[in-house]
Design a protein around this ligand. Structure first.
Ligand SMILES: NC(=O)c1ccc[n+]([C@@H]2O[C@H](COP(=O)([O-])OP(=O)(O)OC[C@H]3O[C@@H](n4cnc5c(N)ncnc54)[C@H](O)[C@@H]3O)[C@@H](O)[C@H]2O)c1
Length: 372
């Protein structure tokens, strides 16, 4: 096993979670450098975590610290250009979500990955608990049977002061509201469990908050395997919860948590007559580790050691981003959107607000245009 040299770019709120979780990887990573445009924040962060390399710019960091992996903990707008710069320099990237502000931006990664030979991965830490691996194994197979109907709720609460950070709540810096910034974790996990989505119909609206994006979206999604799911992304919900429920032929699988789960946040309820096989199949799985950043970091090092594609890599991250784009496209055009339908030239390929359309139809009382 190698010890990977890691650098963190952006030393704000989530960077501390990265540093703390890197310290829990049993020596498989060494935090060698940090970067921020804000010198005081950089110094405070580097002092706190004992980091020697301090840089005000990514270019200097890449040239001098020569990390194996860069963690991008910067605001969403910066992710894609910084990822491309790292990949072109042959450095692996673990980017905080969202991976890009649009599919057009995201598709620029492909060339950079091919040029530098390094890989991109997006932080979707909920995929990495043991129970999600177990559920993924059993859903659709002999264990739980075919998935039929599902629910995926991100019901969070944010007061108006949450939008005081300048990049929050803007199409051009955050890329959207709770669909892009909050619920994306939960519906990424839903996609991880259910496989490719096929078609979506959605509503997005600004119900109550002083933001220029939506503060609520609700979607109805059909999956390739026939399952039908509802997805709600809300920042308006005083009793906060993050829930997934999947009803399969032989069992209901449920996850209820807030920002991360342990195994006992999951429950499995067998259908009548399937008690022994369902309980036996679930309990036969390894069910120790919960979700979290360190679980994803360790899975990343395993893949690099083995020379395998990174988990939560570019292909699956794109599928999640494409569902976000399709939720907006459906909501703002009043039509259903199929996977693969948002291509170059489509108004929602270049941005989640469909070239300004979103801002015109967001208010709860605004009419959706009959055609785009
Ligand atoms: N995975 C999760 O559970 C999770 C949780 C919270 C936030 N996030 C994501 O993490 C990212 C950062 O969020 P945050 O709350 O830490 O934001 P933040 O504003 O607290 O921190 C961002 C930092 O990046 C720095 N920065 C800005 N431009 C820079 C540049 N060009 N180069 C270097 N540094 C630069 C800022 O000075 C700031 O210190 C966002 O994309 C957010 O969506 C993920």
């Amino acid at each position: 096993m190698r010890t990977y040299k890691v650098a963190i770019v952006g030393t704000g709120g989530i960077a501390a979670v990265h540093a703390d979780n890197l310290a829990r990887t049993s020596g498989r990573a060494e935090l060698v450098a940090a970067c921020d445009v804000d010198q005081a924040r950089l110094d405070a962060f580097a002092d706190q975590h004992g980091i020697a390399g301090r840089y005000l710019g990514l270019t200097e960091l890449l040239a001098e610290a020569r990390p194996d992996i860069v963690h991008l903990c910067t605001p969403p707008l910066m992710h894609i250009d910084q990822a491309i710069e790292c990949l072109a320099a042959g450095v692996h990237v673990l980017s905080e979500k969202p991976p890009a502000l649009s599919l057009a931006d995201f598709d620029r990664l492909e060339t950079a990955q091919a040029q530098g030979g390094a890989q991109f991965s997006c932080v979707f830490q909920h995929r990495f608990g043991d129970a999600s691996a177990a559920a993924r194994e059993l859903i659709g197979g002999g264990g739980f049977g075919r998935p039929l109907v599902a629910r995926c709720d991100t019901l969070w609460y944010r007061p108006d002061s949450y939008w005081d950070l300048p990049w929050r709540g803007t199409w051009n810096a955050e890329g959207g509201g709770p669909t892009m910034g909050h619920g994306i974790h939960q519906f990424d996990l839903l996609l991880h469990l259910l496989g490719p989505w096929q078609e979506v119909t959605a509503i997005a609206s600004r119900q109550a908050r002083a933001t220029s994006t939506e503060d609520l979206s609700a979607a109805l999604v059909r999956f390739e395997n026939g399952a039908v799911a509802t997805i709600i992304n809300s920042l308006l919900s005083p009793r906060e919860t993050s829930d997934i429920r999947i009803d399969c032929e032989f069992a209901t699988v449920e996850l209820s948590h807030l920002y991360g789960y342990a195994t006992d946040n999951w429950t499995v309820t067998p259908a009548p007559g399937h008690e022994d096989e369902v309980t036996g199949a679930w309990e036969a799985q390894p069910l120790e580790r919960g979700s979290g950043h360190s679980a994803q970091f360790l899975a990343m090092y395993d893949a690099l050691d083995a020379g395998s594609p990174l988990p939560a890599g570019a292909d699956s991250a794109r599928q999640t981003l494409e569902l976000a784009a399709a939720i907006y496209a459906s909501a703002f055009t009043g039509t259903s959107v199929r996977r693969g339908g948002i291509e170059p030239g489509h108004p929602f390929y270049g941005g989640m607000d469909g070239e300004g359309l979103g801002t015109r139809v967001l208010d709860a009382t605004a009419a959706v245009p009959a055609t785009v």
